[in-house]
Design a binder for this molecule. Structure first.
Ligand code: HEM
Length: 128
């Protein structure tokens, strides 16, 4: 791909589009479930959470607005208020995401940029 074509590529495309995001989310949640600080916050049946996160990250990274179409305005901080989110949990969440991105085999710069974009919301959701 020429540099020109690359600069026109959306971040969503750089992450591998729908397939890439699904792969990341599917490797992310088993890590979340296994994490002592995060696992207990999540339901045993993680499939609906995987689906919502797939839809959300698709739109968050510039792809189709799947989450809003299905569930309305994201209001993500409000949706997290029922759960005690501490700084430690935000760090743990980002740590699991860093591992999932690492396993994705995506370009390292793309991995770091994705993580950087998620840092803001993760710390913003701290409520406890
Ligand atoms: C900061 C640490 C975080 C913790 C501890 C956390 C935890 C949770 C929990 C417990 C749920 C509810 C699962 C359920 O019972 O359905 C949830 C839902 C969700 N989280 Fe997080 N989360 C964090 C950060 C994030 C970030 C950074 C994003 C994306 C930028 C995100 C996106 C979502 C989405 C899309 C849902 C589904 C919302 C819905 O039910 O409509 N979370 N999260």
């Amino acid at each position: 791909m020429s540099e020109d074509e690359q600069s026109r590529q959306t971040f969503y495309e750089a992450l591998g589009g729908a397939e890439g995001i699904r792969r990341i989310v599917e490797s992310f949640y088993p890590k979340v479930q296994a994490h002592p600080l995060l696992g207990p916050l999540f339901p045993e049946n993680i499939d609906p959470v995987i689906e919502k996160q797939y839809m959300f990250l698709s739109q968050f990274f510039g792809g189709p607005p799947l989450f809003s179409e299905a569930h309305g305005h994201p209001m993500m901080r409000a949706r997290h208020l029922p759960f005690p989110i501490t700084e430690e949990r935000a760090k743990a969440w980002l740590g699991c995401m860093a591992q999932a991105l690492e396993e994705s085999g995506l370009d390292h710069k793309v991995q770091l940029a994705a993580l950087e974009r998620l840092k803001g919301p993760a710390y913003h959701f701290i409520n406890s």
